[in-house]
Design a protein around this ligand. Structure first.
Ligand SMILES: [Zn+2]
Length: 472
């Protein structure tokens, strides 16, 4: 499998430190508010990546943090505490906010068929571990105390600007975002490991440390949680492209300073979801959540399908007309699957291998989900028999997770699964036939079936419902 690696900036052959096993880490959400659908795009693509690695035979150990402390409004350690902002907004405690939005995040994941990583660690449960690693960084001379806080000294590294396409001026995060720069830093790229002298008088969450009462910085969380649960060699680190700098740059700095050797070999970054007005955010324009899409009548699977239709390294533009197009394409796909449901017999192994190779070629090419969906469409056009096609749909959907079989079954039960693709004349005859069968007027039902046949369609009753097929 070839995967684009943000570290080398090329598509490289995927490899692991231990053969057959992938140590994978995902930056989790900061649980101060609902995730917007742009955030969730990253989790959908990371989910597909994990499932495809498993499909390819790897044993995957995936770990994720939940940020419930330490993340300030600027990723460069300035601005307000996000959790505290959430608590003030809703007149709740920080831990109440954390619990509520962690649950909301997992509920969204469930709706979007995103599997929860095996290990999920809230940052507040690892305070002792953060303190231990920060102490090692201090002992090794990579960190210093200034103005009451502990900072990482980026000047001690041979190379810091990994992932950084910004120029020097952009690094002055404080200036750029209109917040006061931190005068305690020795170098402008230094970052906070531990806030000892809280800049927030009413900081709720604070812990004892060798440097005084305080709380951890955001970046140290991911390094510590991964080191503890993935070991010293991380194969794959995932996140949204926003996280690349400074967050991931800082994760590398701390982890490699702590370990004394290279830490993570491959970095997977998912690009932005944009609206017509630019990058999606919680504060600008309509706050787009999964629940909002549902309220507007969209199946969350349609949003997943919409994401899979484009490559993860391209910005994707969200608009309702675009989502409508995805909804139409998705229901057509489900209708095609529904037509296969009654299929009997054993799949043909040779035909399976051929269909499989198209799907794999797409996914092996830097996780090209849009081509993988084309491979699914091509499957319907192939000469393979229905049993083979159905078996392959099931197999591919174990990776794509579009609920294709479930949705197709539901459609068949409703008996209205074919309306979109059928001429109106046929649909009307089907409705009349359905009514006739309901009244047990089988003579009329047969008559109507013949009329449908004259129009070029066969009708078949199966356990899954009425199957209508165009005659070849
Ligand atoms: Zn992280």
């Amino acid at each position: 499998m070839k995967l684009y690696n943000s570290l080398t900036r090329t598509k490289d052959e995927f490899f692991t430190h231990t053969p057959g096993r992938v140590e994978m880490y995902t930056c989790g959400p900061t649980v101060y508010h609902y995730a917007h659908i742009g955030n969730l795009r990253s989790y959908i693509m990371e989910d597909i990546l994990e499932k495809y690695l498993r499909y390819s035979g790897y044993d995957v150990n995936r770990v994720m943090n939940i940020t419930d402390v330490g993340h300030l409004t600027s990723d460069g350690d300035t601005g307000d505490d996000k959790m505290l902002k959430g608590a003030k907004r809703e007149h709740k405690t920080v831990m109440e906010i954390a619990k509520f939005y962690t649950d909301a995040f997992f509920a969204d994941c469930k709706k979007l068929n995103i599997a929860i990583p095996k290990t999920v660690v809230p940052a507040t449960s690892y305070i002792g571990e953060f303190i231990r690693v920060i102490q090692v960084l201090l002992d090794k001379g990579y960190a210093y105390e200034s103005g009451g806080n502990i900072y990482f000294d980026t000047s001690k590294l041979d190379k810091y600007y990994v992932f950084n396409d910004f120029d020097e001026e952009d690094l002055e995060v404080g200036v750029r975002e209109g917040v006061e720069a931190d005068g305690n830093k020795r170098n402008k790229t230094d970052f906070v490991l531990w806030f000892t002298k809280s800049k927030f008088e009413d900081q709720e969450l604070k812990w004892e440390s060798p440097w005084g009462v305080g709380y951890p910085g955001w970046h140290i969380e991911c390094s510590c949680i991964s080191l503890k649960n993935n070991g010293e060699y991380l194969d794959l680190h995932c996140g949204g492209i926003d996280n690349a700098f400074p967050h991931h740059t800082n994760e590398i700095a701390q982890s490699e300073a702590y370990l004394g050797h290279k830490w993570c070999s491959q970095w997977f970054h998912v690009h932005h979801l944009n609206t017509d007005g630019g990058k999606m955010s919680k504060s600008k324009g309509e706050f787009l959540t999964v629940s909002l899409l549902e309220q507007k009548g969209y199946d969350p699977m349609v949003y997943r399908f919409f994401c899979l239709q484009s490559h993860y390294r391209r910005s994707l533009v969200f608009s309702y007309p675009n989502l409508d197009n995805a909804a139409t394409a998705y229901s057509k796909l489900v209708a095609k699957v529904a037509a296969l449901l009654g299929a009997q017999g054993t799949p043909d192994e040779e035909a399976c291998n051929q269909l499989r190779s198209d799907f794999r070629a797409a996914m092996d090419n830097d996780l090209n989900t849009s081509l993988a969906i084309t491979a699914v469409y091509n499957l319907f056009k192939s000469d393979a028999d229905s049993a083979t096609k159905l078996a392959m749909i099931k197999e591919f959907d174990s990776v794509l997770s579009l609920n294709l079989i479930e949705a197709a079954k539901k459609l068949s039960q409703q008996g209205s699964g074919y309306d979109e693709e059928l001429p109106q004349e046929v649909t009307e005859l089907l409705e009349k036939r359905k009514a006739a069968r309901k009244e047990k007027n089988f003579a009329l039902a047969d008559e109507l079936r013949d009329k449908i046949a004259e129009l070029g369609y066969t009708v078949e009753e199966t356990r899954q419902g009425t199957i209508v097929r165009k005659k070849d």
